[in-house]
Structure formats: C-alpha cells, structure tokens
Design a protein around this ligand. Structure first.
Ligand code: NIG
Ligand code: FE
Length: 404
C-alpha cells in the first residue's frame, strides 16, 4: 500500500497489491518495496538476511487509533447484566460502567496497571497491530489520571509498540463532581489540560460528548482549551444520542470524531467536506448487542475520511483484534475488505499524525508490517473469530511469530 494520504471515496479501496512482492529492510526502515525479482537484484539485498513468507499476505501493521488501554480488570459482571436486559445507561446510573473502572484504577497499583496493559499490548501485536492510541480517563482525579498517563508513557519506552497518548480527563463526571459539572470543567481547563500539555504527557485531548456524559457546550470549552495548549482535539461523538458532537469536531478542527452511530445525512455531508477523520468502532454495537451501526457507506461515498478502530475498553468493546473489527466492518458497515484494510492502516495513521512514519509500506517508513496466513487479503476479514496473524514486525524487529 502506498499513495495518497488520507484516503477518501474510491481511493480507500486502492491497496496497490504487489504479487510476488518483496521488501528490503535496513535497521528500522523500509529501503525498497516491489516485485521480488527487482528487490533481489538490488545491491543492498545481496548481504541481506532472507525472511521467506511463502505466498502469504503481508500488509502494513495495523494502526489502532482509539483504545482505552489503561484499566486493570474486566466488567464481565455487567456484561451478564446487560444480556439479562439492563441497559448500558442503567448500569452506569447505578454506579457501574465507567465509574466502576475508575474505582478499580484508584485501588490498583501502578505496577498492576502496567502488567495488565503490557499483557494487552502483546495481544495487540499478536493480532497484527504495531501502533496504538491510548486514552486516559479511568482515573478522573489528578493522581490517578497521572498514574495512567505515566504508566503508558513508560510502556511506550519499554515495549515495542508505539503508543500515542490522548488525555481523556473528560470521560464522565467523577462522582465527587456529580452536582457541579462546571467546576469539573473549570478544573480541566485551568489546571489539568495545561499541565498535561506542558509535561508532554499527551498529544491529543478527547471528550466523551454524549447523553449522560459531557454536553457540546462543555466539550467546546475543553477542546478549545486543549487546542490553545497545543493538544489536538479528538471526540467521542453521537454514540448513544445525536447531541451535536460531530459538528463540534468540525468547528474545533478535531483530528478525529469517533463512534458516529447516530449522525444524520447533513452530518455526513458536513464531515465529508472536512478533514476530520470519522473513526468507526463497530465493536461497540456488537458487544452491546445494539442494532445500530454508523453509516459507513454514506460517509465513504460522500467522500469523508473513514478509519476503523477497536475502542478497546472494559465496558463496550473488550477486544484488541483489528481483524475482528474488519470482519464486523464488512458484515455490518458494508465496507469492502479493501476499504477495511486502508481504514485500519493509512487513515488512522493520518488521524494520529503518524502518516509520515507508518500506515503504508513505502521506502523511508518504519518496517512495521504484519503477515497473515492467507493467500488472498480478503480472507483476513472473511475468517472471523480466529487469529491468522502469523508474524508481526515492528521497526525491523520480529515481535510476534507463531512459528519458532
Ligand atoms: O468509547 N464512550 C465512552 N467510552 C468508552 C466506554 C468506556 C466504558 O464503558 O468503560 C467507549 O465506548
Ligand atoms: Fe472510546
């Protein structure tokens, strides 16, 4: 895959497949990509160590541009409650949901948090992902937001995957501020956001803008403050109710508007005319058992920039598997297999402002790629519920291999 960034409309399905291809890697970078015959003839290829992939499919490492990596335990009990008929909102109103994970984070040590996140990162790599975004947002007081941000920053140094950080102090109102929302927004705007930005703990700032979370007015204040401090806005928008978050994303020139299940036709047109990446998260509707998915076809056909991500989190989408998200995107969002691949590589790289380094297999970019045990790329979403990723390379180093 090479060519234009970001991908809109028809360009989303142009993968630039090279049959019988090869790639020459030196240190952490790609030196050349092309037909095997051509690559093997290059002078630098003569002393190269050969990694024979035997007719399998190699593609850019997946870029997961929406995850909530820092949490210590599942909410499997709530999963069972929902299956028995309780809604996500009812559980949240009864003190469960995001606040349950917040309580768990506040009780757990930095070490436990790091161990759980590392285990998850190994699984991301095993499913072909080489770069992820990670949001804070399960601390919701300064000590614990900092605990998540510092843990993840350390993990970025200590393990192979690249992690791009997003500050999500505005995930929900912490219980302490239930009756004084504006005081919490003041705290974010005046203290937390400037400190996170100055300390270099995040590149992006996100808000959960929805019914039961933050209003558009509150989100606007938060994202404007973030922008003023040099943090680029992202937003959770229009997942459970259409509140105007997508329009706000355009207004504040957010890098990404995520979810978008409830947008209407005019939102689709407005997003298509903008540079906001529409990050769709079909794992949520699947896991919550909800019938409504984002209008991916309309967005793509109107010319919007569409990306796919896991939304890995303990409440609505407990999966690290982008291949599974690709299967859901084909079946439920009616995206073609080719579109799902571009939406999980080059477009999310753009939304994380990493497209100069990753997201496609081109000379000069990092040697980040995954290999799947299939002979046709369409088999990646076609087979579901099984992990066919047999090798993952990150910056020239094999970080996952099924065969010894
Ligand atoms: O993206 N919507 C807000 N945040 C998560 C859910 C988090 C949780 O339930 O723990 C999401 O779906
Ligand atoms: Fe999320």
């Amino acid at each position: 895959m090479r060519g234009p960034v970001p991908r809109r409309g028809r360009a989303l399905r142009e993968l630039g497949i090279i049959r019988d291809g090869a790639m020459l890697v030196r240190d952490d970078r790609i030196l050349a990509v092309g037909k095997r015959r051509k690559i093997e003839r290059l002078r630098e290829a003569r002393q190269a160590q050969k990694l024979e992939l035997g007719g399998r499919v190699a593609l850019p490492g997946f870029i997961d541009s929406h995850t909530h990596l820092g949490f210590p335990c599942s909410r499997a009990g709530e999963y069972e409650q929902r299956i028995s008929g309780k809604t996500y909102r009812e559980i949240a109103q009864a003190g469960g949901g995001i606040r349950a994970t917040v309580n768990a984070v506040r009780r757990c040590s930095q070490r436990t948090l790091a161990e759980r996140a590392s285990a998850h990162l190994r699984e991301f790599a095993a499913h072909g992902t080489t770069t992820i975004e990670a949001k804070s947002g399960y601390g919701l007081d300064w000590t614990n937001e900092l605990k998540i941000l510092c843990t993840v920053q350390q993990l970025h140094q200590d393990q192979p995957l690249d992690i791009v950080q997003t500050f999500l102090g505005a995930h929900v109102l912490p219980a302490e501020y239930r009756t004084c929302a504006d005081a919490f927004v003041d705290l974010l705007v005046r203290a937390w956001i400037p400190t996170v930005a100055t300390a270099g703990l995040a590149e992006f700032c996100d808000v959960f803008c929805d019914r039961g979370a933050f209003s558009v007015t509150q989100a606007r204040r938060i994202l404007r403050a973030a922008r003023a401090c040099g943090l680029v806005p992202r937003i959770h928008a229009e997942q459970f109710a259409r509140t105007g978050g997508a329009r706000l994303a355009i207004e504040v020139q957010a890098a990404s508007a995520d979810h978008l299940e409830k947008i209407n036709r005019s939102d689709v047109r407005a997003l298509a005319l903008s540079n906001v990446v529409c990050t769709l998260l079909p794992g949520c509707s699947f896991h919550l058992g909800l019938p409504l998915y984002a209008p991916a076809r309309e967005l793509i056909d109107a010319g919007a920039i569409v990306a796919l991500a896991t939304d890995f989190n303990p409440g609505t989408s407990p999966t690290v598997s982008l291949p599974m998200i690709l299967s859901l995107a084909c079946a439920q969002l009616r995206m073609t297999p080719a579109e799902t691949i571009a939406a999980a590589t080059i477009n999310p790289a753009y939304s994380l402002r990493q497209h100069g380094r990753v997201g496609s297999l081109e000379a000069g970019k990092y040697a980040d790629f995954s290999v799947f045990d299939v002979t046709d790329y369409r088999e990646i979403p076609y087979y579901f519920g099984v992990n066919l990723c047999s090798l993952t390379m990150k910056r020239g180093v094999i970080i996952h291999s099924k065969k010894p």
